[in-house]
Design a binder for this molecule. Structure first.
Ligand code: AMP
Ligand code: ZN
Length: 455
């Protein structure tokens, strides 16, 4: 039984989909004006774990993730770089999909682009206009009147006093402290991309995109809506208002949010300039899967402070995991009494991930298996690769490696230097070995060489 924390009720709830075996999920996707930073990627990894856990529980998945390819920040970038809309969005979409691949994030079933769904957005705004929930402002733009939607603020538990009746905002992002009428359709400004509409040429606001595209592909009510925690207000509050006001039906049943990745205690954000990309970590010789491992070691609803040391520790843990999985020794005599133990570990793992996606516990189960001397290596591998269907660390793709003789020679030379107390020389040799892609670990039974893992 899978339990998920539903922000709508502020409780862990048993997941029950609308259609028996199918989970319909909408995850807010990237605004393609820059590469994703590690914070964004933390959210996509959490959503991937959600998807994989649902699959592990036997559900089929229909996941939709939008590509926001028209938005204030994109237009700003177009002007700055003197490039066309599609030049900017095409370039950054490619990086986005590349990042997903590197992080072994499974692809959604549909990646709708906002610019390809203007018709659906206009259709939704028309419904809201007909119901007099939306109105045309003096500036010619169309706004959603939040005072006409009685449940406004239910998801974010916004207090009424913060709802500023009559005030409105045309920008896609605005003051998070105050609720105001928000823009559905922006009247065309000079030099900006625009589309025709019954209210004159213009472009959609950010929030209406997600309502129009989610309902097109998943229906008026679907199971799960997920994203990073900053999307609760105003983005998702506005999505609910627009969609439920238009259809009169509940929009989504489960609202699930991932906490932020921080740097020095502050949210990693493009606007703060305190961000790193996947390319930055690769430039420092870290593997994308080490970052994925790091993310999985904390629960998705906890804040996580990013440091290079923690990434290094994650990479070491991955190296160790792979080193253990590659071990060739096998005790066949242990196979006989394995069945009960296998079932026990399978239960432990399932209990962990089904308890609101507890990946730190799930990873702890993997280490318990590795350390258990009473089960054979074949069984260990089988179990861990089975669990990797959820964790997605790509453990089935590991290439076996052998320490080449040249490296072994260097290790021997280093040992001789150490025995002779020639520490400067020993240190230089260690560095040379590391340069060649191997790491030395001094253990009780002598030095051991490990290679950074490869896929
Ligand atoms: P954006 O491209 O800014 O719309 O963000 C894409 C996704 O990343 C959204 O779900 C955000 O909530 C999420 N996000 C943004 N910053 C962070 C962060 N520091 N940590 C985790 N998720 C984030
Ligand atoms: Zn959205």
């Amino acid at each position: 039984m899978l339990r998920l924390y539903n922000t709508l009720s502020r409780k862990k709830e048993i997941f029950t989909p609308i259609s028996k075996n199918l989970a319909k999920i909408y995850t807010c996707g990237p605004t393609v004006y820059a590469p994703a930073h590690l914070g964004n990627l933390r959210t996509y990894i959490f959503e991937d774990i959600l998807r994989r856990t649902l699959k592990y529980n036997g559900y089929q998945i229909k996941q939709v993730q939008n590509i926001t390819d028209i938005e204030d920040k994109i237009i700003k970038k177009m002007k700055q770089e003197n490039k066309s809309l599609t030049e900017i969005t095409g370039f950054y979409s490619k990086i986005f999909f590349n990042d997903l691949k590197k992080l072994n994030i499974e692809k959604a079933e549909v990646y709708p682009k906002a610019t390809a769904h203007i018709k659906e957005m206009i259709g939704l705004i028309k419904k809201l206009m007909a119901k007099k929930i939306a109105y045309q402002g003096q500036d010619g733009s169309i706004y959603f009147s939040i005072s006409k939607f009685k449940n406004y603020g239910r998801l974010s538990r916004l207090e009424k006093r913060k709802i500023k009746i009559g005030a409105r905002i045309a920008a896609d992002e605005y003051n998070k402290e105050q609720a105001q009428d928000f823009v559905l359709w922006k009247r065309r400004a000079r030099d900006e991309p625009s589309w025709p509409s019954p209210w004159g040429a213009g472009r959609p606001g950010w929030h209406i995109e997600c309502s129009a595209m989610s309902m097109k592909y998943l229906g008026e009510t679907f199971d799960i809506h997920a994203g990073g925690i900053d999307l609760i207000f105003p983005h998702h509050e506005n999505e609910i208002a627009q969609s439920e006001a238009a259809t009169g039906k509940k929009f989504a049943n489960y609202w699930i949010y991932g906490e932020h990745l921080l740097v020095h205690g502050q949210k990693m954000a493009k606007s703060l300039g305190n961000f790193y990309t996947l390319q930055d970590i690769e430039n420092r010789s870290f593997k994308p899967s080490s970052f994925r491992y790091l993310i999985l070691t904390s629960h998705y609803r906890s804040k996580l402070n990013f440091t290079w040391n923690s990434l290094k520790a994650a990479q070491n843990a991955m190296n160790n995991l792979i080193y253990n999985l590659q071990s060739t020794t096998n005790n066949q005599q242990l196979t006989a009494n394995n069945d009960k133990k296998i079932k026990g570990y399978e239960k432990l793992f399932l209990t962990a991930i089904n308890d609101d996606l507890n990946t730190p516990k799930a990873i702890a189960v993997i280490w318990q298996i590795i350390k258990n001397k009473k089960i054979s290596n074949t069984t260990k591998k089988k179990l861990i690769i089975e669990f990797d269907a959820v964790l997605g660390l790509n453990l089935n793709k590991i290439k076996p490696f052998k320490i080449p003789p040249a490296i072994n020679d260097l290790i021997k030379q280093r040992e001789i230097s150490r025995t002779n107390k020639q520490f400067i020389q020993a240190d230089a040799l260690r560095k040379e070995i590391e340069k060649l892609g191997y790491v030395i670990e001094d253990t009780d039974s002598g030095p051991k060489a490990k290679k950074n893992y490869e896929y």
